[in-house]
Design a protein around this ligand. Structure first.
Ligand code: ATP
Length: 353
């Protein structure tokens, strides 16, 4: 449906703002370089204030970078105003025209482009079908649910057939259940339309469910770029490990490229490329370990809670709290508070930082 899938490239982009309190300049985005492949779904993910919206707004042209160049489909676009860029944005607030019906909201941008009536009708009807609003074109937008309004906002952006579709936290105003169903819809629509999408969120499960690539930002810089699996299983640092899902951090020393010493216990690891003899941190996901009568690290159980689909444990390994999620408790011994046990995992279950 898109005329042409376009990629986006940021080269050494920075944005400087003034802190309204201290009046000091600071980098909201600092020396950021990244590449978004044509047709991919890429999420900018990070905590509040990390610079993701600023980055998106620079791609859209609502903000201009103080340093660096942005390219769309290989062309530099810094000098272009938003309406001259081949992008369209879906906002958190929807920003619909309240006294217009669905058809007129979606047709608005095409009318501005002075397209003929028949073409507009065909394009609007096609898009409404794609977003699941077929037959509702006469409804006023102020009589729609939040989810329906977001579909209209999506249709209005898609109908322009932009090279890149930009999303600024589009689901934040919806309730939790609708958010989950709408994100599946957004992914389906993006794939059917075959369009490049850049999506801002601070919700890590949303980013995981939607993305081909996740760009994790921290304090104005890119902390890691990777597939959901890469950032989950091979986080580049503690910030990423902690931000994406739950993580236990086991601190020790790297004895060799395949052994770490954690509190006097030897643990098998895969650590080629790391400095042997130095301090190391092992990232262990709660679902990657189980409790057993033997294992790698001795522990004491301080919380044992049956959650239906899993048994939730908190255990102390020395002074370190370790969380374990056992998804198959029916087939294993269940430990109780006060029990001594072992945390069991293999070298493939831990990631060395
Ligand atoms: P959130 O999830 O809260 O929207 P974000 O990661 O999108 O956060 P940005 O909106 O990009 O963060 O903001 C990055 C930093 O720049 C923040 O510290 C913010 O307060 C600041 N900032 C954003 N816009 C301006 C502005 N126009 N003037 C001054 N500071 C700004």
């Amino acid at each position: 449906m898109a005329k042409e899938k376009k990629g986006v490239r940021l080269e050494h982009i920075s944005k400087i703002y003034q802190d309204p309190k201290t009046k000091k300049d600071f980098y909201a985005v600092h020396d950021t370089s990244l590449e978004i492949a044509p047709g991919s779904f890429v999420t900018l993910l990070g905590p509040s204030g990390c610079g993701k919206t600023t980055t998106l707004r620079m791609i859209a042209g609502f903000e201009s970078p103080d340093e660096g160049e942005i390219y769309l489909g290989g062309e530099p676009i810094n000098a272009l105003t938003p309406n001259k860029r081949d992008t369209a944005m879906v906002f958190q607030s929807y920003a619909l025209l309240p006294h217009y019906n669905i058809f007129d909201n979606v047709a608005y941008g095409l009318k501005l482009r002075k397209m003929d009536k028949e073409t507009i009708k065909k394009k609007v009807m096609d898009i409404l079908k794609l977003v699941g609003l077929e037959g509702m074109e006469g409804r006023m937008t102020n009589q729609l649910s939040g989810g329906q309004q977001q579909r209209v906002a999506l249709a209005r952006a898609l109908v322009l057939e932009p090279g890149v579709l930009l999303f600024d936290e589009p689901l934040s105003n919806l309730d939790a259940k609708l958010r989950v169903s709408m994100r599946t819809e957004i992914r389906r629509i993006q794939q059917e339309a075959g369009i490049t999408a850049v999506y801002v969120t601070h919700d890590q499960s949303e980013a995981m469910a939607l993305s081909d690539q996740i760009i994790i930002m921290e304090k104005g810089v890119v902390a890691q770029i990777g597939t959901p699996q890469e950032v989950y299983y091979h986080p580049s640092n503690e910030f990423v490990a902690d931000f994406i899902g739950e993580a236990n951090f086991l601190r020790g020393t790297l004895v060799s490229t395949d052994t770490a010493d954690i509190g006097g216990h030897k643990v098998a690891v895969a650590a080629s490329g790391h400095d042997v003899g130095g301090a190391c941190t092992l990232v262990l996901r709660p679902e990657s370990a189980v409790l057993g009568d033997k294992g790698q690290l001795p522990c004491k159980v301080i919380l044992s809670c049956f959650m239906g689909s899993y048994q939730n444990y908190h255990v102390m390994v020395g002074d370190t709290l370790v969380k374990i999620t056992d998804f198959n408790p029916k087939n294993r011994k269940v430990y109780q508070v006060g029990d001594d046990a072992w945390v069991a995992f293999t070298s493939e279950d831990v990631h060395v930082l």
